[in-house]
Design a protein around this ligand. Sequence first.
Ligand code: KG4
Ligand code: ZN
Length: 334
Amino acid sequence: MLVLGIETSCDDTATAVVRDGKNVLASVATNQDAFHAKYGGIVPEIAGRQHVALLSAAVEDALGRAGSTFAELDGIAVTRGPGLIGSLVVGVAAAKALAFALHKPLYAVNHLHGHIFAPFLDRPEAPPYPLLTLLVSGGHSQLVAVESATRMRILGRTHDDAAGEAYDKTARLLGLSYPGGPELDRLARNGNPAAYPFPRHRPAGDSLDLSFSGLKTSVRYFLESPEGSGARREDVAASFQAAVVDVLMARLQAAFSRASYAGVVLSGGVAANSALQAAVRAWSSSNGVTSFIPPPKYSTDNAAMIAAAAYYQRDAIRVDPLALSADPNLAFQL
Ligand code: KG4
Ligand code: ZN
């Protein structure tokens, strides 16, 4: 099953050609960071306009790199939501037009489901179920029990900032440029993670929910204090990162201990974080748990994961090209 994937939920204009949800023949992502960096965050209006300018060429580019033609495609997969409405509509309109004109099946994919299947791209294994997924991105942070390709349940979610958002906001406090997550990760490598004991959020009772706004605020107050103004930025970055990783690992371990899982998936943009990856790897190897972590090109937003989700969920998410509309608040459950 040869699928063209289109992903425009946020600020990356991404296209891909993927066979059977695994074999990535091409995956192209045009990053818009340069257009948003001076504003310190994504400007939705600019993102939408950039998608319009870039998407047609990105589709041709993916097909060209894959050595495929429109005629060879078995379907077109597009992110329906959640995301920025002005960005989503561009990909959805393009995918509808292609599917209609080419008489190809159209698959409407939930962006978050794409992240769940990302670790299985370019790897021989099929996803083993049930999976426990820690999905941490710029817009979302949640623990998901994936019982099958189409049955998924959110076990815990953030009450405020997503993990990536906390990274980006804290990076900004440290004077790093947008998107700050990767830069903060780099800075933290030369810092002492035990230098400052920033707070670790603990949910009430047996909740698996997350929260990062208290941590971010505490870093801000610290940096404004006399001690903080003289602190090494590397130490502040490493201490912040240690708190995020502790919180995520505590919740992952708690969820894992409550049911039996065939493996653990780390996905979303923050899955690229070196400290989080190291912590998940160390925990899984010392507990005999199989972990699946995508390489950075598949952990941040990409269209190959959208084509992969379409492959695994194909019977449940096929839609009529004329009826599809983007949904910025698309529900998680199918
Ligand atoms: O999944 P993604 O590409 O977009 C969303 O769907 O949100 O995630 C982007 C987020 C940004 O907040 C970015 O700062 C964060 O992932 N990120 C990282 C790292 N690489 C990307 N955060 C921490 N460490 C990293 N190495
Ligand atoms: Zn994402």
